[in-house]
Design a protein around this ligand. Structure first.
Ligand SMILES: Nc1ncnc2c1ncn2[C@@H]1O[C@H](COP(=O)(O)OP(=O)(O)OP(=O)(O)O)[C@@H](O)[C@H]1O
Length: 247
């Protein structure tokens, strides 16, 4: 469904590529965790998937279409199909839970409707359903700045859900949460993933979480794809190879 072919990314002024000649394909139903040391290229990789980061060489394909050759409309469609979840949640602090979730519907609306905040009652119903699905028990009208980290991440997931995504992309979604909350958020992501038969590709620092939830683990080192296998294959030898400090 998503294919990387000889993908490299070199940032302006950089001597070395941050992503180097990556070849990989992802299929529906895969729950992929991306591992690697800090600076290995994980965020760059995730952002290439929906074109937030343009590639310097090679291409990324969604089904049979190359991202860089898509029309504006097709690119927007790809973004709409992608639910992104970030470490710092990317919510609007002074807006309420339900208002934040409704922004997930922007991809379905005309821009003037977004500007005027025009939502139908069926939209609000959808937002309330998403709140139920992520088991968020706070008042929908509460401002998100007053929520805990775990609650904020649930709002972010609910916002991604109303988008009706085909793909979940996570850039360190649990990095700022305590271990118990991180585990519960991963549980929720995995359940949603299974229910909706998504492709999920999630950067994570915690190898234990990756091994517990992933159906496939990949690892980057200095921008190169150095591991692609099952959680069982990701053993101590592989761990040492990926996280050691020599190049
Ligand atoms: N916008 C940018 N401009 C220049 N260099 C960048 C940019 N973004 C990332 N880099 C560099 O590219 C490399 C890979 O960064 P990236 O953020 O993809 O790694 P990462 O594995 O996600 O790291 P972390 O786990 O710390 O978030 C790093 O050397 C980083 O400094």
């Amino acid at each position: 469904m998503i294919e990387f072919k000889n993908v490299s990314v070199t940032y302006p002024g950089a001597k070395e590529p941050s992503l180097a000649d990556v070849n990989i394909t992802f299929q529906k139903g895969e729950f992929v965790c991306v591992l690697g040391r800090s600076g290995a290229g994980k965020s760059t990789f995730i952002r290439c998937i929906n074109g937030l980061q343009p590639v310097s060489e090679g291409y990324v394909k969604w089904e049979d279409k190359t991202l860089s050759e898509m029309t504006h409309k097709e690119t927007l469609e790809v973004r709409r199909k992608t639910g992104m979840i970030f470490q710092h949640f990317n919510l609007i602090p002074r807006m309420s839970v339900v208002q934040n979730i409704l922004t997930g519907l922007f991809g379905y609306k005309k821009s003037y409707e977004n500007l005027l905040g025009l939502f139908k009652s069926s939209d609000r119903l959808q937002a309330l359903e998403a709140i139920n699905q992520v088991e968020l028990t706070v008042e929908p009208t509460r401002r998100v700045e007053r929520l805990s980290g775990g609650q904020k991440q649930r709002v972010a997931i609910a916002r991604a859900l109303v988008q009706n995504p085909k793909v979940f992309l996570g850039d360190e979604p649990v990095a700022s949460l305590d271990p118990g909350t991180a585990d519960r958020i991963f549980q929720l992501l995995k359940e949603t993933h299974v229910k909706r038969n998504l492709v999920s590709i999630i950067n994570v620092h915690d190898v234990v979480l990756a091994k517990k939830f992933a159906t496939r683990i990949i690892a980057l080192k200095n921008g190169k794809l150095v591991f692609d296998g099952t959680p069982e294959d990701f053993d101590d030898t592989v761990y040492a190879e990926i996280y050691n400090h020599s190049s």
